[in-house]
Structure formats: C-alpha cells, structure tokens
Design a protein around this ligand. Structure first.
Ligand code: IMP
Length: 191
C-alpha cells in the first residue's frame, strides 16, 4: 500500500492568514502605482527571482501596463534548500545574460526579504553586468532579520520574523498555490 498522505484540505495546515487575496491585490496595486510614478513612459527590466516571486510578479507586471515598457528576465537562486532556515549560501541555478541588463534600468522582484543577503548579492551581480540602475522591489520584508543594510525602493509590507507561506512562497516546495499568505502550524514544520 502506498504511504502517500491523503489530505483533503491543506488549509488545515495553516495556523493563521496574514494577508488574504484582497489585501494582497491592494499591496500589489500600491507598489505598481509607485513604480509607474517613477518610471512613466520608460523601459524597465524586471528581474524576477524564482521561484517564490512568480505569482507576485505576474500580478505586478500586468498592473504596469500601459504606463511602462517592461522586459522580463528570470533568475533562480536558492538559500533555503527545502527547509525553513537559510543555509546562508547562495546557489545560482539560472542567471541572466549580461546584454539583458547592460545600460538598462532594472527592478529586482523578490517575494520576501529575510537576512537580505540574497538580494544584496543579486544586486551586486546585476550592477557588475553594467546595469544603469538597480532597484529592489519586495512584497514582504522581515526588517528585524536583516543582517546587512539594504535599500528596498518598493516594499509591500513589513512583517514579523516568522516563516510565511502561500502566494508563491513555499515550504518544502509546497503551498505555493495557496492564494493567501499565512503561517503554517508548528507541527507542519516539524513533520
Ligand atoms: P535572505 O537572503 O535571507 O533575505 O532570503 C531571502 C529568500 O529566502 C527569499 O527570496 C525566499 O525565497 C526565502 N525566504 C525567506 N523567508 C521566507 C519565508 O518566510 N517563506 C518562504 N521563503 C522565504
């Protein structure tokens, strides 16, 4: 017999909801207005950090139309492996081509800033490829967890230093398809 867990309602894995679908759309709208104000009529390159940012980026990009010309590039990095604690080491799985950002105004789109080490390394990498400007956009920010100073030009919400899941953010590659952002029950992390 298979030992697959039959689970009919993954919602029961969540302890609380931090931002529901409507709140998330409000946050994305606010960020899009700020970007449009700063980059009206300009061409910008959005570098989307996979995998956690893909849903946020998909919502944000459509809200920038028709005010900004948007190019989209992807980088895939990992500092968490499959767990809830940073390994501290940045692994680069997918990089961008230098010509995609050279001389361009770039906005890096990330899901959540924790220690800020990942974004700071990504920013340095894009600057070293000759970008004209590199700004940071993050849906969520765990300010208390920063280990390095970082300027986040476009920030959704500050949150407490707890592990959050949903709206693209995973725990062990799961829960990305949850439409809200929440905190899982302790026993789910400890399984
Ligand atoms: P940092 O380098 O510690 O700032 O880690 C940032 C990256 O770790 C994010 O882009 C996420 O991929 C991941 N991460 C950090 N905190 C969380 C969380 O609460 N839930 C899911 N992923 C997280």
């Amino acid at each position: 017999m298979s030992n697959c867990r039959i689970h009919e309602n993954f919602e029961a894995d969540f302890e609380k909801v931090l931002f529901d679908e409507e709140e998330l759309q409000g946050i994305v709208h606010k960020i899009s207005e700020e970007i449009k104000q700063d980059h009206r009529g300009e061409e910008i390159v959005l570098v989307v950090i996979l995998k956690g940012s893909f849903i946020f980026a998909a919502d944000l990009i459509r809200k920038l139309f028709p005010v900004c010309y948007v190019r989209v590039e992807f980088m895939q990095v990992s500092s968490y492996g499959d767990g809830a604690k940073s390994s501290g080491e940045l692994k680069l799985f997918l990089d961008i081509k230098p010509k995609a950002v050279k001389g361009k105004k770039v906005i890096v789109i990330d899901d959540v800033v924790d220690t800020a080490l990942t974004l700071s390394k990504i920013k340095k990498r894009i600057e070293s490829l000759g970008a004209q400007q590199v700004q940071i956009c993050a849906l969520l920010d765990k300010e208390e967890a920063h280990k390095i100073d970082i300027q986040i030009e476009y920030k959704g919400k500050s949150i407490l230093n707890e592990f959050v899941t949903g709206y693209g953010l995973d725990f062990g590659q799961k829960y990305r398809n949850c439409p809200y952002v929440g905190v899982l029950k302790k026993e789910v992390y400890e399984k």
